[in-house]
Design a protein around this ligand. Structure first.
Ligand code: HEC
Ligand code: HEC
Ligand code: HEC
Ligand code: HEC
Ligand code: HEC
Ligand code: HEC
Ligand code: HEC
Ligand code: HEC
Ligand code: HEC
Ligand code: HEC
Length: 309
């Protein structure tokens, strides 16, 4: 904890005004009594329920097993030395002591560095600078160490419910008529995103949107003899990644889907057009472009140049 505070202070040691503040704080710190570690049993005198329930929590069980931190020392590993807090009958303002406020709102940098002290593994190696880090969404916005409701110590019963606390728009998208099977439990937000950050925009679990989609939709990967350029470029040219009100999660309906790019083609023509007459079609509207251009993602047929087969 002390190390973390020093690190945070270091970040602000720029500019004379800040230097002054820091030195005043340092003088003050000299006169303040230093907090000491008192152990879980001492905490239990006032927080018996928390101590009891923590015995069954993931960290309560795993800190001794994996980190060699005996249960007696666990509380203060995260909360900081508690003697001043205890002596003052539960004062939440004593220096160096981490309360909920500190964990939730006050100092996201301090929280994350406290957690990352043990969790800076591959899965969180891109936390720093991620959208959540920049937006000051701290670890404890999604995880609860004492009152977890879901797998992975989540604050809600599962991943998507945890995300919906803030991303209400995505919740609505996932309930549109055509959607990714998240609500059905076949996948969750983490199938496509890593909320701890990735090198890709939108915290995607792959180097590009298309690489992500190919992970499960291999048949769209190609290469095809006849490629359709917008498919190669970005699946999201035509599909919404979460859900839409159009069949197959398309971003808009036919024929506008295609006409956003193909503003002029010589067909579908008029009713008396040779092609339409030959195929005995009585109407043009209601004919979606891909009822003829069925290999819309690309074709391997020698005569598939127009993606019709
Ligand atoms: C791995 C870090 C960690 C450890 C270990 C830990 N806590 Fe916490 N504690 C937190 C965080 C984070 C919060 C903020 C609320 C939350 O996330 O559940 C918190 C909140 C609390 C609260 C206020 C909320 C409540 O549920 O009443 C108390 C009291 C508390 N901890 C006491 C303890 C005690 C006692 C121990 C040891 C038995 C302990 N903590 C061990 C991280 C930890
Ligand atoms: C003498 C009784 C006493 C002891 C001993 C004690 N606490 Fe507390 N603690 C309290 C009281 C009372 C509060 C609530 C203060 C308030 O809400 O204003 C509190 C609040 C807290 C909070 C903050 C909750 C919040 O709302 O932010 C945490 C975390 C906490 N204690 C952890 C610990 C830990 C860890 C220990 C052991 C190292 C410990 N306490 C020892 C009495 C005690
Ligand atoms: C002293 C080291 C340490 C600290 C500090 C720590 N953790 Fe952990 N954490 C662990 C260990 C050990 C495990 C168990 C890993 C396992 O199950 O393989 C764990 C597990 C977890 C899990 C997975 C729970 C599960 O059910 O799979 C989450 C989430 C987590 N920690 C979040 C946090 C957060 C958030 C913080 C900061 C408030 C934090 N940890 C601080 C050591 C720590
Ligand atoms: C935006 C929400 C969110 C934030 C912020 C967040 N996590 Fe997570 N975390 C999750 C979800 C969702 C899971 C997967 C839970 C599951 O299904 O088990 C997870 C899993 C974990 C796990 C266990 C599985 C694994 O990946 O090893 C650990 C440990 C963990 N998170 C630590 C952290 C730490 C440390 C921070 C802060 C640096 C953090 N998390 C911030 C949502 C979040
Ligand atoms: C505490 C609120 C909160 C929670 C919970 C939360 N997020 Fe976020 N998320 C934000 C904020 C704030 C931003 C940044 C602003 C924005 O782009 O909306 C963000 C951004 C994102 C972005 C990136 C947007 C971009 O433009 O880069 C993704 C993806 C995302 N969140 C996914 C998730 C997932 C998945 C979960 C659940 C595991 C989750 N979020 C939980 C608040 C939250
Ligand atoms: C099938 C993969 C997939 C799943 C599942 C998924 N997402 Fe996304 N999400 C994406 C892609 C791809 C983008 C980027 C879209 C773009 O760049 O146009 C994205 C973008 C986002 C954004 C940024 C939106 C914006 O307008 O910038 C947020 C926030 C987000 N997702 C949250 C979530 C949440 C929360 C869940 C779970 C309920 C979830 N996603 C499930 C693929 C997915
Ligand atoms: C983790 C695996 C996974 C990833 C990644 C994934 N999908 Fe899917 N996708 C599925 C599953 C499962 C279904 C449902 C299939 C079913 O129910 O038959 C589906 C269905 C679809 C559908 C048809 C929806 C409908 O209404 O019939 C489209 C379109 C689609 N995905 C596009 C995408 C796009 C675009 C991406 C990249 C952003 C993507 N998928 C990423 C697994 C995935
Ligand atoms: C030019 C627009 C367009 C682009 C770009 C596009 N699609 Fe499609 N996709 C469609 C249309 C149109 C349908 C509906 C076809 C139907 O109903 O017969 C569809 C249907 C689907 C389906 C469901 C039916 C099936 O064939 O399995 C999946 C899955 C799918 N697309 C995935 C993808 C992936 C992955 C990408 C990116 C590699 C992508 N699409 C890019 C237009 C597009
Ligand atoms: C985001 C823009 C975009 C969208 C949307 C789009 N296309 Fe394309 N399409 C292109 C581009 C670019 C080419 C390549 C043109 C070239 O090579 O000259 C192309 C090529 C084609 C070709 C082959 C033409 C040729 O001469 O090789 C057909 C057929 C076609 N598109 C049909 C469709 C249909 C049907 C839809 C709707 C499902 C659609 N396109 C949606 C951009 C788009
Ligand atoms: C009745 C079947 C049918 C329908 C419906 C249809 N097409 Fe075609 N389209 C064809 C055929 C067949 C070709 C190949 C013509 C050729 O090789 O000369 C073609 C060729 C194309 C080409 C290649 C460039 C060109 O002009 O030769 C584009 C682009 C195209 N169609 C776009 C569309 C769009 C956009 C729609 C929907 C508004 C659409 N098509 C609806 C049958 C159809």
């Amino acid at each position: 904890m002390r190390q973390n505070r020093i690190r945070i202070l270091q970040r602000f040691v720029w500019g004379p005004a800040v230097m002054w503040t820091v030195s005043v704080m340092a003088v003050k710190a000299e006169n303040t009594p230093v907090a000491e570690f008192i152990g879980a049993e001492a905490c239990a005198a006032c927080h018996s329920e928390v101590v009891e329930s923590f015995k069954g929590a993931r960290h309560g069980k795993m800190l001794p097993k994996q980190k060699g931190i005996e249960f007696e020392k666990a509380c203060e590993t995260c909360h900081g030395p508690g003697s001043l807090h205890a002596d003052a009958g539960g004062d939440k303002t004593v220096p160096g002591f981490n309360t909920i406020k500190m964990f939730k709102i006050l100092d996201t940098a301090a929280v994350t560095s406290a957690c990352l002290a043990c969790h800076k593994d591959a899965d969180r190696s891109h936390w720093s600078g991620s959208s959540h880090d920049r937006a000051k969404v701290s670890c404890t916005a999604c995880h609860s160490l004492h009152n977890a409701k879901g797998h992975g110590d989540l604050v809600a019963k599962n991943t998507s419910e945890t995300c919906y606390v803030c991303h209400k728009d995505v919740k609505a998208q996932m309930r549109r008529s055509a959607h990714m099977p998240v609500e059905e439990g076949k996948m969750d937000c983490n199938s496509c995103h890593n909320p701890h950050g990735t090198p890709t925009a939108k915290m995607l679990n792959a180097s590009t949107g298309n690489q992500l989609c190919y992970q499960c939709h291999q048949d769209k990967r190609g290469p095809f003899v006849w490629e359709h350029l917008p498919v190669r470029e970005n699946c999201m040219n035509c599909h919404h990644p979460h859900g839409s009100h159009h069949d197959k999660m398309l971003v808009t309906k036919q024929p506008f889907l295609c006409q956003r790019c193909h503003s002029y083609t010589r067909h579908p023509g008029t009713l008396y057009d040779a092609d339409n007459a030959a195929k005995q079609r009585s109407q043009i509207f209601g004919q979606s472009c891909y009822s003829c251009h069925s290999s819309i993602h690309g074709s391997n047929h020698p005569a598939g140049k127009a993606l019709t087969r």
